[in-house]
Design a protein around this ligand. Structure first.
Ligand code: DC
Length: 222
């Protein structure tokens, strides 16, 4: 049984990680970014010269690597074979690769184990796609954070700009649509809202307003 846990799921660019990180900080909980784990598996495959669509190869890479997650104040660091890859995994290519390896059942089972172990150890705010449905079905609070595709694309574009990259809005929107489609239609643990989750549409809301809305829901549980 996990300790007090908040699950935050939703599509790419819905603002999950910003909201989850900040909520964890304000409530003195530990933030766990599960997308980073799928991204790290994708990075390891790329480094090994293995295709992210080759299930057997991806699994053998996963079995070989040493992946470590270290919660830190206001975030999380992730290590691949002893090296900090927290920043390196934040590229659109690795995001796409992550979405591919995340479709493999055995990859998911292994990562879900690690995620559940973290939730037994710490009170967590965990974000991902299947947290409320599969990883922490007993989480005290489940939020499904959504936002219109154009708004999500604008946010992604802003993040890319910060990394010094420019991309057309239409291009970013198309990629987001494709990723939504892949994450929602895959066979194993597709992205979907848990029956007992609270739907929060962050379109037109500031990051602070989203955090306030989540804190208000958490407050109701006290
Ligand atoms: O949230 P993100 O962009 O870092 O996630 C990268 C990919 O990983 C996403 O397209 C789907 C997958 N993912 C998943 O299937 N389950 C999770 N709990 C988290 C991420």
């Amino acid at each position: 049984m996990e300790r007090f846990a908040i699950a935050i799921d939703g599509p790419a660019g819905s603002g999950k990680s910003t909201a989850a990180k900040e909520t964890a900080k304000r409530l003195g909980m530990v933030y766990v970014d599960t997308g980073a784990m799928y991204r790290t598996v994708a990075l390891a495959c790329m480094r090994a010269g293995v295709s992210v669509s080759d299930e057997a190869a991806a699994l053998s890479v996963l079995n070989r690597i040493d992946m470590r997650i270290e919660p830190e104040q206001g975030g999380q660091r992730i290590f691949l074979d002893g090296k900090d890859v927290t920043a390196e995994i934040r590229t659109p290519e690795i995001g796409k690769g992550a979405s591919e390896v995340a479709a493999f059942r055995k990859v998911r089972e292994r990562l879900v184990e690690i995620q559940q172990e973290l939730a037994r150890k710490y009170p967590v705010v965990m974000d991902g796609r299947d947290i409320g449905t599969v990883v922490l079905p007993d989480a005290e609070l489940k939020i499904y954070l959504d936002a219109g595709v154009e708004e999500r694309a604008r946010r992604r574009q802003g993040e890319l700009r910060e990394q010094g990259k420019t991309e057309e809005l239409s291009e970013v929107m198309e990629k987001i649509r494709q990723r939504d489609e892949a994450d929602k239609t895959r066979e194993h643990s597709p992205l979907r809202m848990a029956n007992d989750a609270i739907l929060l549409d962050s379109t037109g809301m500031s990051a602070e307003e989203v955090v306030q809305a989540i804190l208000a829901e958490a407050e109701k549980l006290r």
